[in-house]
Design a protein around this ligand. Structure first.
Ligand code: HEM
Ligand SMILES: *[C@@H]1O[C@H](CO)[C@@H](O)[C@H](O)[C@H]1NC(C)=O
Ligand SMILES: *[C@@H]1O[C@H](CO)[C@@H](O)[C@H](O)[C@H]1NC(C)=O
Ligand SMILES: *[C@@H]1O[C@H](CO)[C@@H](O)[C@H](O)[C@H]1NC(C)=O
Ligand SMILES: *[C@@H]1O[C@H](CO)[C@@H](O)[C@H](O)[C@H]1NC(C)=O
Ligand SMILES: *[C@@H]1O[C@H](CO)[C@@H](O)[C@H](O)[C@H]1NC(C)=O
Length: 335
């Protein structure tokens, strides 16, 4: 008993010391807090939620896209809203290959405009993206969690960073772990965050190779369930031109708009839509979690894990106050 009681105190002291050191350092990261805007813009979270409710009523398919936007924002130069920046030369994160299918820029700008009328130059775009992602999950029947705020916005964007920092969908588990460990995210965080693919759709090009030319010998990925592969081949023709270029499939068929555990059942049964989804089965730790969640009678444990992992991802390389700003429009041109 005494061991368990003493350990947190030691950790608390260690945290206090680290905290003091962090404050003393000039490059200290911004202090994220649940309710950062309590004093400066108490209606901020309510306004984001109300707008998200209206936005998703008009277009429910924006829920997954806005969840994904938070991931892309955080992984490329930290959660700094830079995914919103524009470039006249086509060299912004928005112009990078992984952006192809990103939607929801207008939604973030709409929420920002509303907040600017109520609390000018107060709420950062990075925080709006984080709040919108949380609300998107909740409005897709997923969990509610306390979202930390206090991020500052960056004004630097480089397309190559997006290409380099976001794992491609044909990644194996070793690649995925490398991409995520660079951001201080663990195998547990990976398997938990991948549950986001419980909502949304994908273009065929992200996985077509698995269906038609896996190793370059016009073969099919043997780890993909044969029946599922047949369905996908129907939806995604061999040639991606014309209509095929726009074709989309649900990432969690049958439950593509509900944030639930069926993603884990789907991965276990079929090998997943992307190789990166299927790769969760190739590591004992991530596979164990998939199996457990595939068979869980309640989503409670998953929801708690998801909330913790999202909060952790939301802390990725946030800008120190001195290097960030809060601007009136998220999508300004930077070059
Ligand atoms: C190795 C990591 C990951 C890879 C390779 C990956 C890959 C992809 C791809 C290729 C798409 C389809 C885009 C399209 O064609 O429209 C997609 C969609 C999506 N991703 Fe991921 N993803 C990863 C991690 C994550 C994480 C960590 C999250 C959230 C925390 C996330 C959330 C989503 C969501 C919600 C969608 C659906 C978007 C929509 O319907 O518009 N992904 N992902
Ligand atoms: C803001 O208010 C909420 C609800 O009363 C509270 O949980 C949170 O700790 C507060 N945060 C700050 C930074 O004051
Ligand atoms: C994504 O990048 C492409 C290629 O550079 C560009 O044509 C497109 O406008 C970008 N999409 C968005 C939504 O910014
Ligand atoms: C970016 O922000 C920094 C710090 O706020 C500022 O000094 C710099 O002039 C800004 N750069 C651009 C291109 O707006
Ligand atoms: C199949 O993959 C190989 C190796 O990547 C490539 O050389 C070939 O052109 C591909 N064939 C088709 C029809 O896409
Ligand atoms: C799933 O749960 C049931 C009942 O709790 C149990 O009998 C079964 O062995 C479990 N299956 C797996 C694969 O864990």
């Amino acid at each position: 008993m005494s061991r368990e009681r003493r350990l947190p105190l030691v950790l608390a002291l260690a945290a206090a010391v680290v905290g003091v050191l962090a404050v003393a350092s000039p490059r200290a990261e911004a202090e994220l807090q649940v309710g950062f805007y309590n004093a400066t813009c108490p209606i901020a979270e309510g306004v984001v939620f109300a707008e998200m409710h209206a936005i998703l009523h008009e277009d429910p398919t924006l829920a997954p896209s806005l969840l994904r936007m938070h991931y892309h924002d955080c992984f490329v130069q930290g959660c700094d809203g830079s995914i919103m920046l524009r470039s006249r030369r086509g060299t912004a994160e928005r112009d990078a290959t992984p952006n192809r299918s990103m939607r929801g820029y207008d939604a973030i700008e709409r929420i920002k405009a509303r907040l600017e009328t109520l609390c000018p130059l107060t709420v950062s775009c990075a925080d709006i993206i984080a709040m919108a992602a949380r609300d998107a999950v909740y409005l897709s029947k997923g969990p509610w969690y306390g979202v930390e705020t206090g991020r500052r916005d960056g004004n630097v964007t480089v397309a190559e960073y997006a290409e380099n920092d976001l794992a491609p969908p044909d990644s194996n588990i070793v690649d995925v772990k490398t991409f995520f460990s660079v951001k201080s995210l663990t195998a547990k965080d990976i398997v938990v965050l991948f549950g986001s693919h419980s909502i949304g759709t994908s273009h065929c090009e992200a996985f077509r190779k698995r269906l038609y030319n896996f190793t370059g010998a016009m073969d099919q990925d043997p780890s993909l369930d044969a029946r599922y592969a047949r369905q996908l081949r129907k939806l995604c023709p061999r040639r991606g031109g014309g209509r095929g270029r726009r074709a989309k499939v649900p990432m969690d068929p049958g439950s593509g708009f509900t944030f639930d555990l069926s993603y884990y059942r789907h991965v276990l049964a079929t090998g997943g839509l992307f190789q990166s989804d299927g790769s969760l089965l190739h590591d004992p730790a991530t596979r164990g979690y998939v199996e457990r969640m595939a068979n869980a009678s309640s989503p409670d444990e998953y929801y708690q894990d998801f909330a913790a992992a999202m909060v952790k991802m939301g802390r990725t390389d946030v800008l120190p106050d001195s290097l960030g700003e809060v601007r009136a429009t998220c999508g300004v041109f930077v070059d």
